[in-house]
Ligand binder design. Structure first.
Ligand SMILES: Cc1ncc(COP(=O)(O)O)c(C=O)c1O
Length: 324
């Protein structure tokens, strides 16, 4: 994916041209990875462009900032409106949304408090992350030789730039060895997550996914899939998953804002199930795509329509109240 290099970027409350959205090389974030960010999506639906779970994403951004003692003068509504304003300014029907809070230019040293907390919102077009084919055929993954961060080292629940040094190692290793993705274990040797996705396995009709304490990012897609699986009548268990359970699973799939719902057809060259998308993965995928594409009623109030000045539509508000 390469950038078009055009359009507007939101920086500290101002919409500025893409080419002017630059920071100084002596900014704290460049040297110490001191940023927290989000990755959300806006989809084109029959009723107009809609952001998927914008409130949950911006809440997580604020929580990541809290963990890293970063203060910024925007509340949840302010963040949501800033994202919606940026989408409207760029007139994009569908896009990937990247809000970021970072320690800017002040002084260099480990102490981040000498630098201001700055913010930006960048949008770009982003199709299917692991390829359109992957949604049906599934991807080949390996178990990473890199573990996820140990508890109480780098906080996995914060979506911080620093954590992506680990993700980058996992992804590069997988690609170098001819796989699409890596699945990392936690320090106990149980399944954690992919480089940028959460993992589910299916066994005898039940879904299993690692718990938050397995050094995972608390994925918003993961949370949505747990809800949708429940709606479809499947039991979902959050439990430690030993590595070998991956190999003997009936189905394995990745979930995330970028990956959406992507089946895994092999791990370490061991075929998973029948070697292609399994029936439960397909059912979950259908349910998920129906919501994000606006083809199914927004029963959980997950869509924020861009045209609605940051407000959920009356319809989604009513159904959300009725179903939660
Ligand atoms: C490490 C990691 N885990 C999981 C996820 C999935 O999270 P979400 O569904 O909120 O996009 C992501 C996505 O950003 C990620 O980077």
């Amino acid at each position: 994916m390469s950038f078009s290099g055009t359009g507007k970027i939101w920086m500290n409350g101002k919409l500025i041209d893409w080419k002017d959205a630059t920071i100084h090389v002596a900014s704290h974030v460049v040297h110490y990875g001191s940023a927290v960010f989000e990755g959300a999506r806006c989809y084109a639906t029959p009723k107009g462009s809609a952001c998927f779970r914008l409130d949950a994403h911006m809440t997580r951004l604020m929580q990541s900032a809290k963990i890293y003692r970063m203060e910024y003068p925007l509340d949840l509504a302010g963040w949501q409106n800033a994202v919606l304003d940026t989408i409207r300014a760029n007139r994009m029907a569908a896009c990937y949304i990247r809000p970021i809070l970072y320690r800017g230019y002040g002084a260099l040293g480990v102490n981040p408090h000498t630098c201001p907390v700055d913010a930006a919102i960048v949008l770009w077009e982003w199709g299917t992350y692991l390829g359109q084919d992957a949604l049906e055929q599934g991807v080949d993954a390996r178990v990473a030789s890199w573990a996820r961060m140990a508890p109480n080292t780098l906080p996995a629940l914060a979506k911080s730039a620093a954590n992506y040094a680990n993700s980058g190692l996992i992804k590069m290793e997988a690609l170098a060895d001819g796989y699409s993705e890596g699945i990392a274990l936690d320090v106990a040797g149980n399944v954690s997550e992919g480089s940028g996705q959460n993992v589910f396995i299916v066994r005898n009709g039940t879904l299993y996914t690692p718990p938050l304490a397995a050094s995972i990012l608390g994925g918003i897609t993961r949370d949505s899939i747990i809800t949708l699986a429940g709606d479809l009548g499947y039991a979902v268990v959050e439990a430690d998953i030993p590595r070998e359970a991956l190999y003997i699973a009936d189905e394995v799939f990745f979930v995330g804002t970028a990956a959406e719902v992507t089946p895994v057809r092999s791990i370490d060259k061991i075929t998973i199930g029948n070697g292609r998308r399994g029936p439960i993965t397909e059912a979950i995928q259908r349910a998920f795509f129906a919501v994000i594409n606006g083809d199914a009623p927004d029963r959980h109030g997950w869509l924020t329509y861009v045209g609605g000045a940051g407000e959920k539509t009356e319809e989604s508000r009513k159904t959300a109240v009725g179903t939660r």
